[in-house]
Design a protein around this ligand. Sequence first.
Ligand code: DLL
Length: 435
Amino acid sequence: MRIWNREMECMPREKMEALQLQKLKRIVEWVYERSPLYRKKFTDVGFHPGDLKSLADLNKLPFTTKDDFRNNYPYSMFCVPMEQVIRLHASSGTTGKLTVVGYTKNDMEVWTELVARIITMTGVDSSDIVQIAFGYGLFTGAHGLQYGMERVGATVIPISSGNSERQIMIMKDFGTTALVSTPTYALHLGETARKIGIDPKKDLHVKVGLFGGEAFSEEYRKEIEDMWGMLATDNYGLSECGGPGFSGECELIRGQHIAEDHYITEIINPETLEPAEPGEKGEVVITTLSREAVPVIRYRTKDISSIDYSPCECGRTTARLGKISGRTDDMMVIRGVNVFPSQIESVLVNVKGLAPHYQIIRYKKGFLEDLEIRVEISEEIFTDRYAQLEAIEEQLKQQLYKALSINPRVKLVEPHSIERSAGKAKRVIDLRDQK
Ligand code: DLL
């Protein structure tokens, strides 16, 4: 198995921690000197860069949040003059303003290097023809993957998202061997292929998928792998920390290797803000060590996961991030029970006769919040075994209750009736304010 940067990716832990401390000291000084926002934040908690003696001192530093980006829109989080910024990207916030990030020349170089690493982890190399079906634009996904692919020497087809039948035609004619998209779009593309009489597994030659940008359950992975006959890898990152390249899965699929020479990752209890126990789940908090234009110190991602520090059999020693199992802010509280959309997805994809396309509707009955799960039945059931619908619905209800301890309303809908998305799927529809 090839490793893009053996020196960094296979570094002994002690050496890595020494490197992280050295880089952390530099970046803390960098933001203190250049950003009135960070200087104020540090002063408010009585911290001075000189107080940083060990990695453990990181927890003396204040957190950064998406609100900081919102309140300092568009450029007040920047630590370099605009003359040094050569690229802007942005992501949509859950509410209100965009989250804007900038890149210096050096930031672009580091980004390219880190994406080349996650690409190499999946086995993709210069012999591959890669279809990038993330939307091009302000989203970091498409551009980041393109730089990394070109760096490893792969052939890039920058097709962007949408126009699915054309995507399939190109895949067939150009001999695409790797697909880059959201997991939802990969499923949709596979479905589209089947609709026009092409079996993605037999008639196409896509052997690897680099997926990311949204939650990706194990069951969803299996669904995609069976459909395409490919290795489907999960890759995580967020605009505020530079986009894709933060972490990715190697061919062994043992969690996502984190680029620890460029990021320090903490897992905290989102309520107490104390560090989680090793291996325990909590909120992922990221400090960027190399970013010049918009570094972030202890950025609260609101994503929930855990970290495994044991070395991987692939030879890399970098810590591995577990699956993102939800967000602190997509957690729904239904009659006192905490429910994550990812839990619902796990149930749906395990009930035979259902297709992996669904929506979760949050609504109110009187004062009480409830859920309705709309899920498509599979094509096969719809045409051949319509009579089984009642039994499938019953089974789904039972499984949902078993997994969630609540009884959401269930509605089976016709194949293809739920709107498909070329980017990130909108799974949860909030109708709580509607009568
Ligand atoms: O989604 C960056 C990216 C692009 C990562 C392409 C990987 C591949 P944003 O648009 O800022 O950046 O969205 C970041 O998306 O906080 C997570 O909630 C979610 N997310 C991203 N990747 C994953 C993943 C890009 N693999 C937000 N699993 C993050 C689960 C993910 N959630």
